[in-house]
Design a protein around this ligand. Structure first.
Ligand SMILES: Cc1cc2nc3c(=O)[nH]c(=O)nc-3n(C[C@H](O)[C@H](O)[C@H](O)COP(=O)(O)O)c2cc1C
Length: 293
């Protein structure tokens, strides 16, 4: 089963992706990139969308609500610095994103979903993935997934919570991912509440092709190797990985700004220092962090 790093705003940066690849991630998704901002040639957004050629399998995630903007952004990014593939965000529940009718809001309009995937498919021959939720208020993930497959996407990522369930503990529904994978021909990847090898067991006899890890990577980018090999890193190894990570942040995030670099180092330092005391998914800070997206 393939292991994916989840797209996470302000977290799945070039530096973090490098560290996750070094520690066993098969595929990484980028932070979400605004299609409109790419079309307006926003320098910071364009830099965020640039994937180094050494990254083996990185999907750049685009969000937007206009099929032409999304197709245009894909073409533009591909011209400048082609990534392995593109993903379209149809799952983000945050106010700022929903207000612009982007992210999970798209699930309320299956016809718009069709037009977006069709336009994206026409814009690129590279692998095309779409990340959805179980539904917005009502469960329609199955219907939306069928449209996405019909329009030629190569991969489907499902975070099996409704938009209204945001990230609430106890609401993730892995059985929904299992059912969806059984219904679809294209590979289906489960995203939600994977924090260790035990969480993969329920997918063993299913058609789920991979799992995506988000919050479980905070301060633990070695989680991919731990899941794959069942061996925990020792304190020395963890320290070495943390140093490499901070070095990568210095190299890559400085290209955005000093402020972005410092904020990324601080955030990760807090997570690394918490890990030894608590190996659970760090829920308490989530609402603060999500609020800034
Ligand atoms: C801080 C944060 C930022 C996120 N940003 C994005 C994003 O940009 N695009 C996206 O599709 N999902 C985003 N997500 C959702 C994750 O990709 C993932 O689907 C969700 O967190 C559930 O997985 P987990 O339980 O492994 O964290 C974000 C989640 C978190 C916690």
């Amino acid at each position: 089963m393939r292991l994916y790093l989840a797209p996470m705003a302000e977290i799945s940066t070039a530096a973090f992706r490098e560290i996750c690849y070094r520690n066993g991630a098969d595929v990484c998704y980028s932070e979400m990139i605004s299609a409109k901002a790419v079309m307006f040639n926003n320098k910071k957004t364009i830099k965020m969308a640039m994937v180094r050629p050494e990254e083996p399998r990185t999907f750049v995630q685009i969000f937007g609500s206009d099929p032409d903007d999304i197709a245009g952004a894909i073409r533009r990014i591909e011209e400048l610095c082609p990534p392995y593939g593109f993903d379209i965000n149809m799952g983000c529940p945050m106010k700022k994103v929903i207000k612009g009718r982007n992210g999970a809001f798209l699930m309320t309009d299956p016809d718009k979903v069709r037009r977006i995937v069709r336009a994206a498919r026409a814009a690129t021959k590279k692998p095309l993935s779409v990340k959805i939720r179980k539904g917005y208020i009502h469960e329609n993930g199955s219907e939306v997934a069928a449209i996405i497959e019909e329009e030629g996407a190569d991969l489907l990522v499902i975070h099996p919570r409704l938009k209204t369930q945001m990230f609430l503990p106890g609401t993730c529904d892995p059985d929904f991912s299992i059912r969806l994978a059984a219904e679809r021909k294209i590979p289906v990847i489960h995203s939600g509440d994977v924090t260790g090898p035990k969480d993969l067991e329920r997918f063993a006899d299913s058609r789920v092709a991979g799992v995506m890890i988000g919050r479980g990577t905070f301060g633990r980018p070695w989680i991919f190797d731990e899941i794959r090999h069942g061996v925990a890193k020792n304190a020395e190894e963890r320290k070495a990985i943390m140093k490499l990570h901070f070095n990568a942040i210095r190299i890559y995030s400085r290209q955005l700004s000093e402020k972005a670099m410092m904020s990324e180092i601080k955030k990760n330092a807090v997570w690394y220092s918490r890990v030894r005391r608590c190996r659970r998914v760090p829920q308490p800070c989530l609402s603060d962090r999500m609020g800034r997206i």
